[in-house]
Design a protein around this ligand. Structure first.
Ligand SMILES: [Fe+2]
Length: 435
């Protein structure tokens, strides 16, 4: 088999695997549910579905393939920049059956053009980049649709086995020695523009939590009056805490002396050893201050995840350069919530930091900016328009993130008030002189 044939096969397999997930998420509910807006933060599921097809048409059918448009008339409806999420239910969207037919037609054309493609030096097609970008885009919308499912009222429709039980005792902090490491990548073929280029970052010594902050730890913050003490919160954070009346993570409610949470339509007791999820950046920051720590910077997160002290190299993932398996991390909606701390010893980084990839997206203290030498590709709207102080970076992916959209260099970003996403965090602090 030639390199081209191997790459074609891999792309076809990734496209099919991804579409199966999209189908699962959209076939799980009836048509009324598909067109309904379950939260003003989210699109109707049927918008995500046709938007995924429209992006695939724009980039693969029209740009890479040079083919005629399938549906020129709907480009504006599915342009995320022209249509704010809150307004999307009022648009003349394709009804479910038409949306499904549209994405199928687009996909048939993509498979047709993939058959004859040559992966030339043109940056958009070299190494199959545009196909990888479209796979990642659909997977990211699948995670967004999963978050919509979590917000949806009504009987549960999604099922999955529970994540694995702890296989190692993990806790405390890990010391990361001072020194330079390589952040970002210039070589990962499907890495997106904001992950590039590779560059050296020199950091002082610090300590970082060996695991994400758990429900048990977070409950101690609540029980200690953490939500009533302005001193733990930033000024903006306290203002938001009061205005939004925050008193616990999203989807939690009191249950006798303890807490219960709602996950995809089912209530259950909050389990102490699972990473806390559905907290906003302000809550994460307040917890860290209460714990006498702080959030890690993005560079600190990445060094803890990728830097190998034995070789001085940065790995693609904490465990090495190989793609994730079920032994490494809780990814891809295989389970419907974060795994307890200690469940993935095979996924630890060389320094012994656990569960950096999968389980929960981890808030960092860093605003979203381009790496030094950043070049927008293939379009400014992918990430450059979001650079600045409005968004904070999240790293590592969640149980709802697919492996194709998650690497040691992968970057996500959101507003500091957002918590409908699968967001948690871990803490860090500066190393003292004798630490
Ligand atoms: Fe999109």
């Amino acid at each position: 088999m030639t390199t081209t044939e191997r790459l074609r096969d891999r792309i076809a397999a990734e496209l099919e695997r991804t579409r199966a997930r999209t189908a699962l998420l959209t076939d799980a509910v009836d048509d009324d549910d598909l067109v309904r807006q379950h939260s003003t933060l989210m699109s109707p599921l049927v918008w995500d579905l046709a938007h995924v097809g429209n992006q695939e048409e724009l980039w693969l059918v029209r740009d890479v393939g040079g083919r005629d448009p399938v549906r020129h008339d709907i480009d504006d409806l599915y342009d995320a920049f022209k249509q704010p999420r809150k307004d999307r239910p009022a648009l003349p969207l394709l009804p479910p059956a038409e949306a499904r037919a549209y994405v199928r037609t687009v996909r048939d054309k993509v498979f047709d053009l993939l058959d004859g493609i040559r992966f030339t030096e043109r940056p958009l097609v070299a190494d199959g980049f545009a196909f990888g970008m479209i796979v990642q885009h659909e997977q990211q919308h699948d995670e967004t649709m999963l978050a919509t499912h979590q917000l949806r009222a009504g009987a549960p429709v999604l099922d999955a086995p529970p994540p694995p039980e702890p296989r190692a005792r993990v806790g405390g902090e890990v010391r990361v020695p001072a020194g330079p490491f390589t952040m970002g990548t210039s070589t990962d073929p499907w890495a997106l523009d904001n992950e590039r280029p590779a560059h050296t970052v020199d950091l002082p010594a610090y300590l970082i939590d060996a695991a994400p902050v758990t429900n048990g730890q977070y409950r101690a913050f609540i029980a200690d009056g953490g939500y009533d003490e302005p001193r733990w919160w930033s000024e903006a954070g306290w203002r938001h805490r009061v205005e939004a009346d925050l008193s616990a993570p999203m989807h939690w409610r009191r249950d006798g002396d303890g807490w219960a949470h709602r996950r995809f339509g089912r209530w259950s007791a909050v389990r102490d050893d699972e990473p806390v999820v559905h907290v906003c950046w302000y809550e994460a920051q307040a917890y860290a201050a209460w714990a006498g720590k702080r959030l890690p910077t993005e560079a600190e997160w990445e060094k803890a995840a990728r830097w190998d002290p034995a070789t001085g190299r940065s790995r693609r993932y904490p465990w090495g350069d190989d793609d994730p398996t079920t032994e490494h991390a809780n990814l891809g909606q295989r389970h419907l919530w974060p795994a307890p701390v200690g469940a993935y010893p095979a996924g630890a980084s060389p320094l012994g930091v656990h569960q950096l990839v999968g389980d929960v997206w981890e808030w960092t203290s860093s605003p979203f900016r381009g790496h030094p030498g950043f070049v927008a590709f293939p379009y400014q709207e992918y990430s450059e328009v979001f650079f600045g102080d409005d968004h904070r970076v999240l790293r590592g992916g969640s149980f709802g993130t697919d492996r194709s959209a998650c690497r040691g260099t992968f970057r996500n970003w959101d507003y500091p008030i957002r918590r409908q996403i699968f967001s948690g965090f871990r803490c860090a602090r500066d190393a003292g002189p004798e630490e």
